[in-house]
Design a protein around this ligand. Structure first.
Ligand code: ADP
Ligand code: ASP
Ligand code: MG
Length: 432
């Protein structure tokens, strides 16, 4: 069976017009076999994170915050459907379970509770989409992805158990697809063997689509975005970006590894392993193919810039002036792995080792504590990591303007810099 996997992100399904557009796109493909993966609407996941924070702080604002989420979904439903009773039942069923959790004393495992609550964003949006497709008389069915994607219990960063997931996908999804054309399911979430909900990490719906593409041997995967395709830089930061019509898997994995926010970094491996082409295409212009990511080898690229904000440099040195030797490095790396601090750049000198990591204060604090008395650690905050692939002198000069360069590393095709933005100083007007 030839299956396509489509993923619609929160930026696409942010309002009623977004859902209508998904409907229009799927109508164009109504006779194809498609697994539709959908994220939570707009910024719902962020809003649910606020609910969880408030619940743990027991600040009395939790139900008001949940009500806002409920109301935005109800308002959407009113705009989408002439008769709303069945979808309202589904929305209430999903919310009631969370309301029960929120009435209890918070569970000691924050990450576990986070996943049980934050996952409702995708349950709500996928139910709404499934009802909407039914309303459009598109031959489709809703399926709970937690019956397919089995994970371990690393809450908020769950690892897929591939053999079981593969078996579930073939048994459950393929048999449903022999009766209906489209399956609507959730991105971002999975399930443990004990039936607890897990999440795959923020922005993980792209990864869900890749997992399902891999397990179903999809003919192609399509990520529908609010941009024309993969661009040479983040259009929210840069003006003169251009769309790259073709990318190799290797280029895509490099860009996402360095932090390009256009696709989740774990997305490429599963689809590369099965040589499935990935289309990153414009949600508002469905006739365009956007960017095709495949096994191309001989492509040349314009300069591509990736900015990772909110970086911290950790300068670790020995207290007694002894060299930072291999056994120290081995211990430092073990702790970096333990506290899931990804090494974005590093440098070693005689008595110090510096490493650039994403600024995640609670993990950095625990890391520092466990380093112990033998070491001293100084941190440098408010930094950016700038990566330029396929650089030339002009773009380097441009990117260095008004920046203090703390680290720089130049390879043949990539330059990386850890920088601090220098505030622009304006001379005062002097009244004489
Ligand atoms: P979705 O909800 O569909 O997952 P996101 O907001 O997570 O959408 O991601 C889409 C955004 O990624 C775009 O609006 C764009 O601002 C940003 N982006 C960052 N880097 C790039 C890039 N190199 N090419 C295209 N978009 C990029
Ligand atoms: N809704 C989740 C998030 O905002 C997953 C996703 O959008 O990919 O992180
Ligand atoms: Mg996203």
């Amino acid at each position: 069976m030839q299956i396509k996997v489509f993923k619609f992100g929160g930026a696409s399904v942010k309002d009623a017009e977004g859902f209508r557009n998904v409907g229009r796109i799927l109508q164009k493909f109504r006779s194809d076999k498609i697994v539709v993966v959908v994220s939570a609407m707009g910024k719902t996941t962020n809003a649910l994170e606020e609910v969880i924070k408030s619940y743990y702080a027991q600040d009395g604002k939790t139900s008001a915050l949940l009500d806002q989420i409920k109301n935005s979904h109800l308002a959407l439903v009113q705009q989408l459907f002439p008769v709303t009773s069945e979808i309202l039942d589904d929305i209430n069923d999903i919310l009631v379970e969370i309301e029960w959790v929120l009435e209890e004393v918070p569970h000691e495992d924050y990450d576990y509770t986070y996943d049980q609550i934050v996952s409702i964003g995708e349950l709500l949006s996928s139910k709404i989409l499934a009802h909407y497709l039914y309303h459009l008389e598109i031959n489709s069915q809703w399926i709970d992805v937690r019956d397919v994607i089995l994970t371990d219990n690393t809450y908020r960063d769950a690892k897929v158990i591939w053999d079981v997931t593969q078996k579930n996908a073939s048994q459950k999804m393929l048999s449903l697809l022999s009766n209906v054309n489209h399956l609507v399911t959730q991105g971002f979430i999975g399930c443990t063997s004990e039936n607890f909900t897990t999440t795959l990490g923020r922005e993980g719906s792209d990864y869900t689509a890749a997992i399902l593409s891999y397990c179903l041997d999809a003919e192609s995967m399509h990520i529908w975005k609010d941009v024309p395709g993969v661009l040479t830089g983040d259009p929210r930061i840069f003006d003169e970006v251009i769309m790259m019509p073709r990318l190799s898997y290797k280029e895509a994995i490099e860009m996402t590894y360095y932090g390009a926010k256009v696709i989740h970094p774990k997305t490429i491996k599963p689809i590369q392993n099965k040589q499935i082409p990935l289309y990153v295409r414009p949600f508002l212009n469905p006739d365009s193919e956007g960017t095709i990511i495949s096994d191309e080898k001989e492509l040349s690229y314009p300069p591509v810039v990736v900015i990772e904000p909110d970086q911290t440099l950790l300068h670790i040195s020995t207290n007694d002036f002894s060299f930072v030797a291999e056994h120290h490095l081995s211990m430092i790396f073990t702790l970096l792995a333990k506290y899931r601090l990804k090494v974005n750049m590093m440098r070693n000198t005689a008595i110090s080792f510096s490493v650039c990591v994403n600024n995640i204060p609670d993990r950095i604090k625990k890391f520092e504590k466990e380093l112990g008395m033998e070491f001293k650690m100084i941190t440098d905050n408010d930094l950016e990591l700038v990566t330029i692939r396929h650089y030339n002198e002009e773009i380097l000069k441009d990117m260095k303007k008004n920046k203090l360069i703390l680290f720089e590393e130049k390879l043949s095709d990539t330059v990386q810099m850890v920088v601090r933005n220098i505030p622009k100083m304006k001379r005062k007007e002097i009244n004489t």
